[in-house]
Design a protein around this ligand. Structure first.
Ligand SMILES: [Zn+2]
Length: 339
């Protein structure tokens, strides 16, 4: 339908929607882009920002990639695109202790930048990464900007979990939830980047539909090793005695206040483990599904999802993690072999 496409792998439904808003001049003041780590949220925010500031994008809703605005956007020096994140906050602030949450000071800075007129384009775009790390006070402060947005402002909030933001923030944003990119689509992107068909198919599969992960894994071998190590840790956890399962749950609970992301990542690996058990049970040898294992692994998978929900809703980590392992089947399933 349009001549130009967005420079990213997959997520065509979303890019078509956003292009349409640019073409029809229906761009909103705030968007909340959410989805699992490395699925393409920041890439999407960057591509959207470029499409908004490009002087040639009104006709087809995509950046031309060639004009001065596009070149500056690509270099990260466009004066109408500002970026805030835990990283920029750390660079600004001398107080390193406050670095795992985005503070009200950062939101105040966003508010003052938002009020400035755009320098050379139709919009002033602010990308706020790590939005799920905003404190409640910071979110309340941000709400003021969202309630009365300056005319040219487009605020792009980027968060792994949209649910960790206040409903009042979410209701003022257009919600863009990114889902895993289908394996065939991702494999095509990887072939485009120079991988053989076999390598592309294998990497697309283990990346669980996350282009950012796949492209990084091409450059950085340790990523694939880390994933294998994570799967080994989960196997060990599942194969442990009921007592040791709880001990491990408590260890993670203790880590939670220091390092939320690492606990969420471990739970992501646990979900992947149980999903694999479930798929293996559904395709059991001999044609018939292994219904007992299928049911057990499905319940275990739900228990992981429930635990993630509980942690996001500030249930005590010990309770949430203990409740999860109590729902895992008593005997561990036959060894899972992630390919
Ligand atoms: Zn352009």
């Amino acid at each position: 339908m349009t001549g130009r496409s967005w420079p990213m792998c997959g997520h065509q439904r979303v890019t078509a929607l956003l292009s349409g808003e640019i073409r029809d001049r229906r761009v909103r003041h705030a968007y909340l882009i959410s989805g699992p780590p490395m699925i393409g949220k920041t890439t999407l925010a960057n591509a959207f920002a470029a499409a908004l500031i490009c002087g040639e994008s009104e006709a087809d809703g995509a950046a031309c990639g060639e004009c001065e605005d596009c070149r500056r956007a690509a270099r990260g020096t466009h004066p109408d695109i500002q970026r805030f994140s835990l990283e920029t906050q750390r660079q600004q602030s001398k107080d390193r202790a406050s670095s795992d949450s985005l503070t009200v000071d950062t939101v105040r800075e966003i508010a003052s930048v938002s009020a400035l007129r755009a320098y050379s384009s139709r919009f002033r775009v602010i990308i706020l990464e790590d939005a799920d790390a905003l404190t409640d006070v910071a979110q309340e402060a941000l709400l003021k900007t969202l309630e009365e947005p300056p005319p040219q402002l487009v605020l792009l909030l980027v968060a792994s979990r949209a649910d960790s933001l206040l409903p009042t923030i979410r209701s003022r944003c257009e919600l863009i939830a990114l889902s895993p990119v289908p394996m065939v689509v991702l494999a095509e992107c990887l072939i485009g980047a120079g991988l053989s068909g076999d390598d592309a198919a294998k990497l697309a599969e283990i990346s669980l539909g996350r282009p950012g992960w796949a492209f990084r894994a091409i450059e950085d071998n340790t990523l694939i090793q880390e994933r294998a190590d994570a799967q080994d840790r989960i196997s060990e956890w599942v194969e442990a005695t009921p007592f040791d399962r709880i001990v491990r749950a408590f260890e993670l609970a203790n880590d939670f206040s220091r390092s939320r992301e690492s606990v969420f990542s471990e739970l992501g690996s646990a979900a992947e483990y149980w999903r694999t058990v479930m798929m293996n049970a559904a395709n059991a040898a001999g044609g018939g599904a292994d219904t007992a294992t299928l049911g057990e692994s499905y319940r275990a998978l739900l228990s992981v999802a429930q635990c993630v929900n509980d942690l996001e809703r500030n249930v005590r980590p010990r309770l949430a993690l203990e409740a999860m392992v109590m729902q895992w089947p008593a005997t561990s399933p036959a060894a899972v072999s992630p390919r």
